[in-house]
Design a protein around this ligand. Sequence first.
Ligand code: SF4
Length: 452
Amino acid sequence: MCGIVGIYDHEEASTLSYLCLYALQHRGQEAGGIVSWDGDKSFVEKGVGLISDVFADKDTMNRLPGKMAIGHNRYSTHGGSGKQNIQPFLFNFQNSSVSIAHNGNLINLKNTKKMLEDIGAIFQTTSDTEFIIHLFSHSEKDSFEEKMLDAFGSVQGAFSVVMMHDDKMIVARDKHGLRPLAMGKLDGSYVFVSETCALDLIGAEYVRDIKPGELLIIDQDGLRSFTIAEEDKKHCIFEYVYFSRPDSEIFGTSVDKIRRKFGKILALEKPVSNGDVVISVPDSSNTAAVGFSQRSEARFEIGLIRNHYVGRTFIYPSQAVRDFSVKLKFNTIKGVLEGRRVVIVDDSIVRGTTLKKLVRMIKKANPEEIHIRIASPPVKYPCYYGMDFPSEKELIANQKSLEEIREHLDVDSLEYLSVDGLLEATKMPEENFCTACFTKNYIEERKEEESL
Ligand code: SF4
């Protein structure tokens, strides 16, 4: 996950970055930060928590002057959640300042790390992102552009990146276009964001997506586009299942439209013939549940209410209240569920622990039957490209059969969307997508797990 933003040449670069990070908060809630450049120096502010917490003190924005800024929302995947790994990273290099914000995961870094350390690189974090900086600073190419192409061309895996090198902004996306990255314009200034919902918030106009394998350098000479590697599209299909906001357009299509289609196809593939009501697990499965109800007899109802205001510092009882973490987030509307045959549409099942607790809670409202429909196929394999799926052992669909999962959840029926149904909904060629967490068809061979 992670959300990134870059603002080039705008009087309010830091404030706009803050607003974009606010719109991208769903992509990472663990930590966040902004680096700005005032034409002479870089400034950095970052911390743990939601963006509104990190920048709660108004003076923080005053400490980020200048017309260029980049920002990052962190959801830790690679390298752990230590404070040293909060992005954007800021480094000094040959009397210049380099900062970087990265969404994605790089893979197969073990040999690269050895090579870099052998030539004197000293790593300051345990994050894969830092490799890009070292590869750039140690590149033996002549020009700035060639060094950048060399650095990005030397890494494998997923990267949507915004960087600043003094008064230059650099934007790059891996050749597979695994994670989204869009370009917009506001008052003549360039804006780069993970998802278009951030452009909408600041009133910027969408221009285009950064192409898979494209490197952009923006400076006083304007915007120049280079090719890191030939495009080989493999967009992460899970962005449509869960990560991205439904009001965003990613990979050229509206997330709402495709997520709704997942629900519609699921209703046709795995109908519940006698269902009374369809409910979602808010907010992530709202759209798929609406789609499901549009293709079934059962009507869509709000059966679960979500509390959006659970802070990070909430005090949990030790064991006193069973399923407390789920109760804190959700409650049932008993009148909607009591005596009804309820179809719960959820976007995915990873470990199955939350859904099990949710079912226990829903049962207290005395529904007649509970049927679960999942608007994606079973998640059976880990992701190497930026989604924090646990190991195979912790993925319930890897360890149990469909019937065993149904029994474990203690529901009347359980069905998933098929891989074909998932791909059909996108109306794009199958080979344009990564589906590895469902199919084990990994794009690149990942050498054994590395610890950096
Ligand atoms: S493995 Fe799954 S979550 Fe990871 S990039 Fe591929 S489709 Fe996305």
